[in-house]
Design a protein around this ligand. Structure first.
Ligand code: NAD
Length: 516
């Protein structure tokens, strides 16, 4: 790929934007130490242009980050709840003051439309806001025991220094959903964001520092060496917890390593969400819910519907007709362009995976209604093409994948068995209730989000009881917010994030029995 001059984002109000190009954020500042010539090159997936070059972290700096976090933790764990909540309030204010610039940065490194990036910043900030309140409320109890003069106290103590590893699809929200409750609980953090989108995390750490975070409380490691760097952090004695969001494959690898030290582990992993439309559903609402759920980040979200089950009968035709109309109107383009609704996929590997799913479905007999790959397109009537209104045409187009609709998908197709992570909707038909619940549960080891559209409360209750998924949206797809438990069953993870669940994750219960 040809290198291009760095793109300057528009006036990120971080005074010296060059700082973000220096390197990792360690011990309260950007590290400029360089142990090799390697740079982490952050590119814009919309056009391949270089956004920033960041110095790849050295092993020496990895150890420095852990040491600095441990020092910060020993002070922060003793800080008053008032202090912690005041810091979080200031951090929240700075994030919101820099909303536009953070959103711009997210779009540059991730490719999602700017409107979506703004929503992500708001969503991320809501976790700081929620934890402002949480941090003011110490939790615990003191109880008189069965014997006179005997008292039992339970308190929730911060677990220590946490290694936080996050993916690229929500460069701000995935970091903040972990870091805000960790700091509220009294922990310190060493964060390793995805090498594809480290800049937003670096900016958030800089803002936390400006908000008064003590040196070392929130470190960010920028590196292309995800495996070795994470291994090195996990070996540092001060690390007490691993909080990971990403693929099930990497989650299993890391859990095994964390297990060697019996570290507390929280895992938010891949999904393969079923979206069930019963024959009594409000079709318009179901199509609307699917559109809102499926096309965020060009379909690259863990809670995106990946198998759309529609009941046999008139509703099948109505649903598919309305869905085709809505999908055909989606606008694909560079996220910085007005009106763009679908940005590029994150990488060539992502395009290859999505292509394989679509080609496999077509080869096995699915009907391509919209979109498709170069191989399948010849039989398609799609009018959606990659936008090529820049001089970078060929490279830019390479990561764009058009919204694609396939009907007649069956359980044996890749699309129905694995997380696709792209703007592809596969519609499957079902006949009756028990059948669809069985198929939704059995065709995957994933168990993150699921959705049900019906006007029958009994059906909704049965589905939410019987679906083996950590989250069930009934006539609603926006299941994630700062106060509710987010997480999956089976191979979609361990633990929950959001609300009190995050705070609990970053604490340990201490019990003391006292005789006076
Ligand atoms: P990924 O597992 O490839 O990477 C996630 C993070 O792990 C990145 O920071 C990466 O650099 C790091 N990593 C990669 N290999 C590593 C290794 N060997 N050792 C240590 N760290 C390593 O996932 P991704 O492609 O960034 O994200 C997409 C996946 O994340 C999808 O499966 C998606 O469903 C999942 N996800 C889950 C949630 C959730 O809340 N459950 C949210 C967002 C994304």
């Amino acid at each position: 790929m040809l290198e291009r001059p760095p793109v300057c984002w528009k006036g990120l109000q971080l005074n010296d934007s060059n700082l973000l190009g220096a390197g990792s954020f360690i011990d309260g500042s950007f590290s400029r130490s360089r142990s090799s010539d390697v740079d982490l090159i952050v590119t814009n997936p919309a056009n391949g242009g270089i956004v920033r070059r960041v110095v790849d972290i050295s092993d020496h700096d990895v150890k420095r980050a852990a040491t600095s976090a441990e020092t910060a933790f020993q002070l922060w764990r003793l800080s008053s709840l008032k202090n912690r909540s005041a810091f979080l309030r200031r951090w929240h204010t700075l994030v919101m003051e820099n909303r536009e610039d953070l959103a711009h940065l997210i779009t540059l490194e991730n490719g999602k439309p700017l409107s979506e990036a703004r929503v992500e910043v708001d969503y991320a900030a809501s976790f700081i806001d929620w934890n402002v309140l949480a941090a003011t409320q110490g939790r615990g109890s003191l109880a008189v025991q069965h014997e006179e003069d005997l008292y039992a106290s339970t308190t929730h103590q911060p677990i220590g220094v946490c290694l936080v590893i996050t993916p690229w699809n929500f460069p701000a929200a995935m970091i903040v959903r972990k870091v805000a409750p960790a700091l509220a609980a009294g922990c310190a953090v060493v964060a390793k964001p995805s090498d594809l989108t480290p800049l937003t995390a670096l900016a958030l750490a800089e803002l936390a520092s400006r908000a008064g975070a003590p040196r070392g409380l929130f470190n960010v490691l920028a590196t292309t060496r995800a495996g070795p760097v994470s291994d090195l952090v996990l070996q540092q004695r001060c690390i007490r917890m691993l909080s990971f969001t990403g693929s099930t494959r990497v989650g299993k690898l890391l859990a095994a390593k964390a297990g060697q030290r019996l570290l507390k582990t929280s895992l938010e992993l891949g999904g393969h969400a079923p979206f069930i439309v019963y024959d009594d559903a409000d079709v318009e609402a179901a199509v609307d819910g699917l559109m809102k759920n499926k096309f965020r980040v060009a379909g690259q979200t863990c809670i995106a519907a990946n198998r759309v089950f529609v009941q046999r009968g008139p509703i099948y035709h109505d649903f598919c007709t309305q869905l085709t109309e809505r999908m055909a109107s989606l606008v694909m383009g560079n996220g910085l362009e007005n009106g763009a609704q679908i940005g590029p996929l994150i990488s060539e590997a992502a395009v290859e995976r999505v292509t394989a799913h679509v080609d496999d479905a077509v080869a096995r007999g699915a009907t391509l209604v919209l979109g498709g790959t170069s191989k399948t397109k010849s039989s398609s009537s799609s009018e959606l093409e990659a936008s090529d209104d820049t001089d970078e045409g060929e490279e830019k187009a390479s990561l764009f994948f058009p919204p694609t609709l396939l009907l007649g998908v069956t359980d044996d197709m890749l699309l129905a068995k694995e997380e696709t992570f792209g703007p592809v909707v596969g519609v499957l038909m079902f006949t009756e209730e028990r059948e669809v619940i069985r198929r939704a549960n059995d065709n995957t080891e994933g168990g993150l989000a699921s959705y049900v559209y019906t006007s029958d409360a009994g059906r909704a209750l049965r589905a939410s009881k019987d679906l083996s998924f950590g989250m069930v949206g009934v006539n609603e797809t926006n299941v994630s917010n700062c106060a509710t438990p987010f997480g999956g069953m089976k191979e979609s993870g361990l633990g929950r994030e959001g609300g009190v669940h995050s705070l609990e994750a970053f604490t340990e219960v201490k019990y003391a029995l006292m005789r006076f």
